[in-house]
Design a protein around this ligand. Structure first.
Ligand SMILES: [Zn+2]
Length: 109
């Protein structure tokens, strides 16, 4: 068992968690969302100077900001794809309706 250090992107703070594997990611005790592994154990983080700790915190915040921005971008891309499909379907339905209307008209006449 080792103490690993995790970072909460919402509280922007470090948390220590005792576990056998750093892949075992705990939720934040304050807000309940999944924390991220900092890549440090307790001893490694304690060996850092306050400046280095701050740099680590900022690097993590920046990394998480980037990953959430790219997530938004991929959601937007997905939406664009869906809206293209929807407008294609919409055109198809209109064409069918027109065709059906013409057929009915031809039968009446
Ligand atoms: Zn939190």
């Amino acid at each position: 068992m080792k103490t690993y250090v995790y970072y909460c992107p919402v509280c922007k703070d470090f948390y220590r968690y005792d576990t056998d594997s750093p892949n075992d990611v705990p939720t934040c005790p304050d807000c309940g969302i999944l924390t991220r592994f900092t890549g440090y154990t307790q001893e490694e983080l304690d060996a850092l100077t306050p400046e280095e700790k701050e740099a680590t915190r900022q690097a993590l915040a920046e990394k998480l900001k980037l990953s959430s921005a790219s997530l938004e971008e991929s959601i937007l891309q997905e939406l664009r794809k869906v809206s293209k499909k929807v407008s294609f379907l919409y055109g198809f339905v209109i064409a069918l309706l027109v065709l059906w209307g013409l057929t009915v008209l031809a039968m009446i006449l």
